[in-house]
Write a protein that binds this ligand. Structure first.
Ligand code: F6R
Length: 613
């Protein structure tokens, strides 16, 4: 969600801050701002604007504050207060001496706001953030770090913020509680940001700021405090991310690039984990094989697309390992009576590793003694720190707000896990496991061949024909159900077209009433034991005049008799069609959104990283 960046160093930093914010755009935002400080003149430039970063650049003009070598910037995703310039960050104390940018939520802000108003403070925004600069101003006696440390215990909620004071223009102070914050250490310069991509072009040396720590940053030094204790220096780590990963690499959008990166995301996620004999090594789960073999119940908690991966995981784990799996959206799980306990395994799936509800659900289960594993794409993310073990997807950085490659990589990681558990539980024979391992290994190649074939272009052409339709119904059975859920979510997210997704067997119990002459119905009809049942459902919807767009396995000769249009999916065993069938649906959603002229990388109202409840 919100993105923050701060810089102190020897270079003019205006452009560094603006490009840093651009590198955080993927997190989602609706307004933005920055402020620059100069050693002699205090705040030399402060600009805020509603809309995207080009609106901010336009509002800022060309040369303001261009020599300033310290500053802070922010992309805001509105939580408290509407999307207005006044609510955009940085927020300041009434006299303008303290500046703050924040990500997260101050839960007790109303109480703090009333207290400050009683003391005569006049607020200029509706945000929760604004209480922070006022509180810091009240505590300030010549040292910003001391004032921030004094304010911290008063703040409820979860947040990360960076503060500046005009009397200390060559220093920033930053802190975090349950929201990410990372320090970038360059030569004679320091960055602080909510995520590494913000400064990756400038330095690869980073230090993660831990919960509750306060860090002071100057050009040549930084110091970390916990409460009143100054912590001993700790080493910086070097990140080896490929900088090109954050570029579009010749594709028209990040989403299209990421759809095409799925074969390599799958290869990398398999990596060296799958051995020639079909056994699977998953380091980092925090459980030895003997303990894992005793697990009797698994709960999967996640949100959105990650939840859909979890639903696929249930089919895989129950079929291959015969262990019951309960899958629930994290925002519900966290407030239900939690019956998990010692002996249960909880898998929290979150590509970003920062989703507030998923983290909270994991925490609830962990407090009850369950073993919690985070399935995530981001090293060092909050989920990895809150869990007992980690299973990484290796999809690389995903910039498009709509998840694609992280989703299929999650399904692959769950397949590896299911295969491992299946062997440990003796639910799979050695031969059976070997066959499945071969199928998993074949999958990335099959997908790569598919993406290089004319099939994706054909999917786009079909999509264009339906671009004006106001509603789509998605139907499927068995593992095709979560595939439908995911396909329908992709379409509504990036094309803003209402969709419903249902198990096909439920159709007669309600959704069939929606159908009229020409209604488009997307049906997942890949090969497998429910194919004939799905064909019966297709006949039922066609009898009501609906147009059927079927997702079918390449080479299926029967489907042409039943469907108006076919989106071909690469051949795979039935359960693994969860990966093969979702890809054409991603492309279908993409084609529709493109035909409608929409910005697929940054759909309205959506954020890549949902750090608030
Ligand atoms: C949809 C999408 C979201 C996320 C959800 C959870 O394309 O990306 O539905 O899947 O916000 O995010 P993570 O996986 O980061 O927890």
């Amino acid at each position: 969600m919100c993105g923050i960046i701060g810089y102190v160093g020897g270079r003019p930093c205006r452009e560094l801050i603006l490009t840093g914010l651009e590198r955080l755009e993927y997190r989602g935002y609706d307004s933005a701002g920055f402020a620059l400080l100069d050693a002699s003149d205090g705040v030399v430039e402060a600009v805020r604007a509603v809309g995207n970063l080009s609106a901010l650049r336009e509002a800022a003009g060309l040369n303001g504050g261009s020599a300033a070598t310290a500053g802070l910037g922010h992309t805001r995703w509105a939580t408290h207060g509407r999307v207005t310039t006044d609510n955009a960050h940085p927020h300041t104390s009434a006299d303008g001496t303290v500046l703050v940018v924040m990500n997260g939520i101050i839960e007790n802000y109303l109480e703090l706001r009333s207290e400050l108003m009683e003391q005569g403070v006049v607020f200029s925004s509706d945000t929760d953030t604004e209480v922070i600069p006022h509180l810091i101003h009240r505590e300030y006696a010549g040292d910003l770090a001391t004032a921030v440390r004094a304010v911290l215990p008063r703040l409820g909620g979860h947040f990360a913020f960076v503060a500046a004071h005009v009397d200390e223009p060559e220093r920033l102070v930053a802190t975090r509680r349950e929201c990410p914050l990372v320090l970038g250490v360059g030569d004679g310069e320091r960055f602080v940001a909510s995520a590494i991509p913000a400064f990756l072009r400038e330095t690869r040396d980073i230090m993660l700021i831990e919960d509750g720590e306060v860090v002071t940053i100057e050009a040549d030094e930084h110091h970390v405090w916990h409460g009143s204790e100054l912590l001993p220096p700790r080493p910086v780590e070097r990140v080896d991310w490929d900088e090109d990963a954050a570029e579009k690499g010749g594709y028209e959008t990040f989403m299209l690039k990421e759809i095409h990166e799925q074969p390599s995301a799958l290869w990398d996620t398999i990596g060296d984990r799958l051995r020639p004999d079909g056994s699977v090594e998953l380091l980092g789960l925090g459980l030895d094989d003997a303990t894992l073999a005793r697990v009797e119940r698994i709960h999967i908690v996640a949100c959105g697309t990650s939840y859909h991966a979890g639903l696929v995981g249930r089919y895989l784990i129950e079929d291959w390992a015969r262990v019951p799996v309960h899958v629930e959206v994290a925002s519900e799980y966290r407030y239900r009576t939690c019956l998990a306990g010692p002996g249960d395994l909880i898998i929290g799936i979150t590509q970003s590793g920062e989703t507030a509800d998923t983290l909270a659900a994991m925490r609830v289960a962990r407090e009850r003694g369950a073993h919690v594993v985070a399935l995530t794409n981001i090293m060092g993310s909050q989920a990895t720190r809150d869990a007992d073990g980690v299973l990484y997807t290796r999809a690389g950085l995903e910039i498009g707000v709509a998840a694609t490659k992280t989703h299929t990589a999650q399904v692959m990681a769950l397949s590896l896990f299911a295969l491992k558990l299946g062997r440990l539980k003796w639910a799979l024979t050695a031969g059976g496991a070997l066959d499945l391992a071969d199928e998993l290994r074949r999958l990335p190649d099959a997908l790569e061949a598919y993406l290089a074939s004319p099939a994706p272009e054909q999917v786009m052409t079909v999509a264009e024909r339906y671009a004006e339709r106001p509603f789509f119904l998605y139907l499927g059975r068995h593992v095709g159900v979560p595939v439908c859920f995911e396909g329908a979510l992709k379409l509504k997210e990036i094309s803003y077209i209402p969709t419903e997704a249902y198990p096909a067997g439920e159709m007669k119990h309600g959704p069939i009433a929606l159908l009229e002459e020409g209604s488009p119905v997307v049906v997942v009809a890949t090969d497998g034991h429910v194919f004939d049942k799905v064909v019966s459902n297709i006949q039922e919807v066609r009898a009501r005049g609906a147009r059927v767009i079927a997702v079918a396995t390449e080479g299926n000769e029967e489907i042409g008799r039943h469907a108006d249009d076919v989106l071909w999916a690469p051949r795979s065993p039935a359960l693994l069609s969860a990966i093969c069938a979702v890809v054409p649906l991603q492309i279908f959603a993409y084609g529709l959104a493109r035909a409608r002229g929409l910005n697929v990388d940054q759909p309205r109202n959506l954020a890549k990283t949902v750090t608030v409840e």
